[in-house]
Ligand binder design. Sequence first.
Ligand SMILES: *Cc1c(COP(=O)(O)O)cnc(C)c1O
Length: 246
Amino acid sequence: MAMAPMGTELSERVAAVRARIAAAAARAGRAPGDVTLIAVTKTVAAEVVRAAHAAGLTSFGENRVREAEEKIRALADLPGIRWEMIGHLQTNKAATAARLFDRIESVDSLRLAETLEARAAAAGRTLPVLLEVNSAGEASKSGFAPGEMLAAARAIAALPHLRPEGLMMVAPIAERAEDVRPVFRGLRGLRDELRAAVPLNAVDGGWRELSMGMSDDYAVAIEEGATIVRVGRALFGPRPTTATTA
Ligand SMILES: *Cc1c(COP(=O)(O)O)cnc(C)c1O
């Protein structure tokens, strides 16, 4: 495990990220409370997550079921802690994931959605999910193509033990955050289309959440409507290079 900030340094980083979130929200005429900060803790040791919780963070994101399972168990005593799955999920891990996580952000195929539906039903719960979109059509990324979203959203909205809450995207890597702005704007447009075409049981038609923006570009994502940002390195420092990042 890499050296990660703890104590005062971690508190300062949390405060700095929160201030940038509030400033970006203000520029877009939005309230800071409109944006949920998810601290991405892949490769980060459980005791550092504990320190992050002490520094005021409550929502954590993990991209591997096995790594998450250990931390979730080790930190089960922390009040109000929430865990989100943000990485590609193999269907053979769906049963464990459907029990462990408060939300699965990375539902990237109909097959996975149907497997999660069965596992959530067996676990006696309704599982909040986001649908992952591969906006730029990158071969290296999973997710629904924008053109297949409408049909996928209809099918998933009909599954009784899944609760779709919005869309998630991992933006293409860019030299400057500004270059990704059109992709963020595109995801928001897609969300607005879904809201009109596949209304959920909510006053505004549902599909509220737009999970987009990471350490390098979360401010731009918030200006374009992100309601969830997933931030790792800006809070915990660089990850070891051997770690999987997607
Ligand atoms: C690792 C990861 C993040 C966080 O990335 P940082 O650049 O460390 O902020 C966000 N989302 C997903 C899906 C990730 O895998």
